[in-house]
Design a protein around this ligand. Structure first.
Ligand SMILES: Cc1ncc(COP(=O)(O)O)c(C=O)c1O
Length: 362
């Protein structure tokens, strides 16, 4: 038990900026003088209209989206997208290319196949234990789309450069690195991200969709599983996850106004990740698990040479107010998730603890 906030390295739900939590707290019982909490107002009210529209506008500005993109808010997590993507964009007479870079892309492939869709796994890093991102991928120019996972939360790898798929639309699961860096959105037909790592709490999934993709969607799908339903109703066909969207709004406000946008955020994220990787590379006691050219800026996965020490590492770190450092149960080891809200000071504190742990146990 502690009466103060710890450094939270959880992979998601994850740390949010303290300013955001305090703002929520300050206006929680009476939202902007309306006499009601933000969790009590109607999603059809002008207050909520302002919230959702401002969240969309901030997304547009932060990601430099053209008029040809729409920003949608869905439920069902990123996992729901694993079935919505093939339902909406993969007709029976076409195939789609998928790149398998570990757990979440494997799940996306599995869901598409459950629907009886034709999925080609055009590249996989399974043979290398998912420690890298594949290169020189033989994409099919006739594919309906190419699906990738831009950051592999569990394996600690990230696409540092997106693949060139020609005219075939790219679809990316950006759950664990959305708004962590700048990139050209134009080749992407769809970007989706569960909010609970970099931009908010669990309960909402952001989708950024290019208008031409909306034209491909068949009519005969259930309303809640069609992107067109959300696009036609400003994501309010039914009651949206109001509180989660409101929190995303405040996180994006922090990103724009306090950090200064994605370019600045990327510089900070790069510095944080470099600090950790430089330390990991400087010692034999620890070992970063991802190959250098595929390393994630968001989830730094590592092992201790003597793996028996890992459990002690995680629990002693927590005693020192550094939480959430256990690797995913499917891979073991350790993982520091350092999303946007994680300060450089927290990373410095982690490195200091790691150095001391090595001194005592090395
Ligand atoms: C890259 C990625 N995709 C998908 C998911 C699943 O997200 P959700 O729990 O929102 O369905 C996660 C969760 O950690 C993830 O990291």
């Amino acid at each position: 038990m502690t009466d103060q906030r710890i450094y939270n390295f959880n992979p998601g739900p994850a740390a949010l900026p303290l300013e955001v939590l305090e703002e929520i707290q300050a206006e929680f019982t009476n939202y902007k003088g309306c006499g009601m909490s933000v969790v009590e107002i109607s999603h059809r009210s002008r207050w909520f209209d302002d919230i959702i529209n401002d969240t969309i506008e901030r997304t547009r500005r932060l990601m430099n989206l053209g008029d040809n993109f729409q920003v949608l808010f869905l439920q069902g997590g990123a996992s729901m997208q694993f079935c919505m993507v093939p339902l909406n964009f993969l007709p029976p007479d076409r195939s789609a290319d998928y790149v398998d870079t570990g757990t979440w892309s494997t799940k996306a492939i599995k869901e598409a196949r459950i629907l009886g869709k034709t999925v080609d796994v055009v590249a996989s890093s399974e043979g290398k234990n998912y420690t890298c991102i594949p290169h020189n991928i033989p994409f099919n120019p006739a594919a309906a789309y190419v699906h990738i996972t831009s950051n592999n939360t569990i394996k600690g790898t990230q696409w540092n450069r997106f693949p060139d798929t020609g005219t075939v639309p790219l679809i990316a699961d950006m759950s664990s690195d959305i708004m962590s860096r700048t990139f050209d959105v134009e080749p992407f037909g769809l970007i989706y991200a569960g909010a609970q790592k970099n931009i908010g709490p669990a309960g909402v999934c952001m989708a950024i969709i290019r208008n031409d993709m909306l034209e491909r969607i068949p009519e005969n799908l259930p309303s809640m599983l069609k992107y067109t339903t959300y696009a036609a109703k400003n994501s309010m066909y039914n009651t949206p996850p109001c509180f989660a969207i409101y929190t995303v709004q405040l996180v994006l406000k922090w990103l724009e106004e306090k950090i200064g946008g994605l370019e600045k955020m990327e510089v900070i994220n790069r510095q944080k990740a470099d600090t950790l990787y430089h330390y990991l590379d400087s010692t034999d006691f620890y070992r970063a698990t991802a190959e250098p050219d595929s390393r994630s800026m968001m989830n730094i996965t590592f092992r201790i040479k003597d793996e028996r020490l890992e459990q002690r590492f995680v629990s002693e770190a927590l005693e020192n107010d550094l939480g959430g450092l256990k690797g995913h149960r499917s891979v073991g080891g350790c993982r520091a998730s350092i999303y946007n809200a994680m300060s450089p000071g927290a990373v410095a504190a982690l490195v200091e603890f790691m150095r001391e742990f090595e001194r005592i146990n090395g």
